[in-house]
Design a protein around this ligand. Structure first.
Ligand code: AOF
Ligand code: ZN
Length: 335
């Protein structure tokens, strides 16, 4: 296998850990001796070993058998090895200490704690480093992580469920607008995000849990509540989780407070008032709309005041699917 094939293999296999590594990026590392794969490692779980460490620990089992010294081997990593000592040691230092002489890197780590320093450690220790192999794929795979560090703010997705006549259900009328399949699909969107944000009205009227219910392992998203009024903190929403509560109205200030946190993405699941406030502030990067065939009429309240509001806010349709009788549309900010 050549380095291109190995990098693609590492990227593809790293994908498996996207729900458990978050808010960290998914990362893969492969160690080869010429054409032979000696070992592979992945960042499987947030807070646990980085990919390179898992690969190197595996490789030690074959030292003296498949190879004599690490200087004979090449290490392929999808992301620049980290320079910082975080929850685990510095991968770049560990690679130097292990004795590698050749490292092939996909993308440079945009995290300001790393951002080229890992590469410098390797090069300063006479390791031959190649950078940029399929970096666009690595960036796409870790879209939220790269966005957060490039823009110094989390990626914001808004999800709404709309009746055929463009409405949300009215206060305290707990009707399901969309089908069970659509609601299961929402669980996967929750699973991808690092935080879920809602407002006091939704909390009081709907009593939502807003946790992610899926049949695979995930890191549950953090919860964020925006409310200026009193609330009952014994509701299910507060079960087994820490919730960040904001009593201020300034959305920019609220979102800005996450710029130095690990949160890379926030999913807004709220009612029309808060959703429109996010849109008016031009803070939404992606808007996901589920539309059912149901008509709500007098039992509903309009999601938007004007016709073509989504387009008028500068969104363009990126994709559109049928889910049972519902329609799922994804709109992206038209830059
Ligand atoms: C690597 N290899 O497999 C990953 C890296 O909180 P920590 O200590 O786990 O560090 C997380 C940061 O490390 C993350 O934000 C990113 O910059 C980098 N991720 N680096 O060398 C890995 N997952
Ligand atoms: Zn690392």
């Amino acid at each position: 296998m050549n380095y291109e094939e190995l990098m693609l293999r590492a990227i593809t296999k790293a994908e498996k850990y996207k729900y458990t590594a978050k808010p960290n990026p998914v990362v893969g590392a492969i160690i080869v001796n010429g054409n032979e794969i000696i070992s592979e490692g992945y960042h499987e779980k947030y807070g646990e070993n980085h990919a390179e460490v898992n690969a190197i620990e595996q490789a030690y089992k074959y030292k003296g058998k498949k190879f004599q010294s690490f200087s004979e081997l090449a290490l392929i990593c999808t992301l620049e090895p980290c320079s910082h000592v975080g929850k685990t040691g510095s991968c770049a230092q560990f690679i130097v200490k292990t004795g590698f002489k050749q490292v092939i890197i996909g993308a440079v780590d945009p995290n300001p704690k790393v951002a080229g320093r890992g590469i410098k450690i390797l090069e300063d220790n006479n390791i031959k480093v190649e950078i940029g192999l399929f970096d666009a794929l690595v960036e796409k795979q870790n879209k939220f992580f790269f966005y957060k560090h490039k823009n110094k703010k989390p990626y914001i997705t808004v999800k709404i469920a709309s009746s055929f006549d463009g409405m949300s259900h009215i206060n305290k009328e707990r009707v399901f607008i969309t089908s069970e399949s659509s609601r299961n699909d929402v669980q996967k969107i929750r699973a991808r995000h690092d935080a879920i944000l809602t407002g006091g009205n939704t909390l009081r009227n709907d009593d939502p849990k807003m946790d992610t219910r899926v049949d695979f392992a995930i890191n549950q998203a953090k919860k964020i509540l925006l409310t200026s009024k009193p609330y009952n903190n014994e509701l299910d929403f507060f079960n087994n989780t820490s919730v960040d509560v904001f009593k201020i109205n300034d959305l920019n200030e609220i979102i800005d407070s996450y710029k130095n946190s690990e949160i890379c993405s926030i999913l807004v699941e709220a009612g029309p008032k808060l959703v429109n406030a996010f849109l008016k502030e031009e803070m939404v990067d992606e808007l996901i709309v589920y539309t059912s065939k149901k008509i709500l009429g007098g039992k509903g309240v309009n999601w938007f005041d004007e016709d073509n509001a989504i387009e008028n806010y500068g969104f363009k349709l990126e994709s559109s699917y049928k889910i049972d009788t519902d329609l799922k549309e994804i709109f992206i900010k038209d830059e």
